[in-house]
Design a protein around this ligand. Sequence first.
Ligand SMILES: Cc1cc2nc3c(=O)[nH]c(=O)nc-3n(C[C@H](O)[C@H](O)[C@H](O)COP(=O)(O)OP(=O)(O)OC[C@H]3O[C@@H](n4cnc5c(N)ncnc54)[C@H](O)[C@@H]3O)c2cc1C
Length: 396
Amino acid sequence: MLSQKKKYSIELFEGSAQSGGRCRSYYDKNLDMEIDNGNHLILSANTNFLKFCKLIDSEKTLKCLDSSFNFFNLKNKSKWSLKIEGNLFPFWVFNKKQRIPNTRILDYLSILKIIFCSDSEVVSKYTKFNNLYTYFWEPLTLGILNTHCKDASALLLKNVLKETFLKGKKSSMIYQPRVSWNRTIIEPATTFLLKRKVKLNYNSLLKKIIFKSDGMSKLIFQNKEIDINSSDKVVLAMPPHNVQKILPEIKLPTEFNTILNVHFKYDIKKLDHLSTPILGLLNSITHWIFIKNNYISVTVSAANDFNDEKQESLVKKIWHEVKTALGIKSKMMPIYRLLREKKATYNQSPHNLNLIRNISNLPKNLSIIGDWTETNFPCTIESSILSGKKYVNSLD
Ligand SMILES: Cc1cc2nc3c(=O)[nH]c(=O)nc-3n(C[C@H](O)[C@H](O)[C@H](O)COP(=O)(O)OP(=O)(O)OC[C@H]3O[C@@H](n4cnc5c(N)ncnc54)[C@H](O)[C@@H]3O)c2cc1C
């Protein structure tokens, strides 16, 4: 993108051996197939993401699902759906059959309260601890912010609600990759960059920046050093904990939340009764079940409590939930892969958001981009792309 706008020559240094960062796919030897590290859910409101896919010519690798969010309550085995209709206003709250089970119309005033929230408050400040909290606010907040309602910034949630559900169906359709995130983003984006002569360096971990009075003089990598001229621009596109190591004087969030995924290898043809490839679970460890092409994948957000739990016992409990929710009879637990992304996002609280908003006095020609730097929206692929776009647009 940069090279198209101006005559910049771009060189990219990636610390790991592959592209993708927190949204990547890899071949898993144990499962003998390619899996995504996590289940990245995109909504049609994510227009920067969709434009990005168009730019790198990967739109066809996406599938668009309906704007229905299906849930299974493990406690009483009931099922219900939240259907986002074509209206701007959520009229479904007036229809008892469409409302979330055992909620009253008055409970929905909390949506209004959140819309007018103060910048410094958490989501739970605007919600009573009732069924709407358990069956709507908590799963929604965990899914969107990877943060519990008691900690999560109401402002970030409000901004997402305004762009998605409150705009109706057209902004709430779900996108998923047909095959993998590798095919949808990583491979086509890498091809796009290589075609434009961007030099990609893998295994190039930035360890330090040497500063001089009027800017930067050197980038010190694990395996090499690079001199920086006064006309060079350096962009750090890494998560806050990595930036913190390079720029220790800036105060950044130090609390992070895990996203845990368990991928079960499973012949999904046996599940043909399932109308939706995504199912939300309530009163369970499991938050979401994603039915992939040849595996069933479970997501648990803000899963810090399970960071130290032994794999085997945890996976057994999760598989039991999956079996119950999907009506699987088989006694054998399939082979699986458990992945813990311990720093999937920072804990998206008003305090941490404020720290990021107050980053100032960066050295000349040094910029920071990435999902977490978009302080009006949560850490998502959309925010990451948006931050990069804004950077490009800011160049003279
Ligand atoms: C399990 C999981 C599920 C998620 N679910 C969703 C979802 O449903 N929807 C959604 O939109 N988003 C989701 N996200 C968030 C999404 O993945 C991120 O917002 C997005 O990938 C961030 O992209 P980024 O390029 O800003 O940062 P990153 O993907 O973190 O990329 C940063 C890159 O910098 C590299 N790096 C770090 N330090 C250095 C260094 N010192 N030197 C050189 N390189 C370095 C890293 O190796 C990495 O490749 C999820 C994340 C996870 C982990």
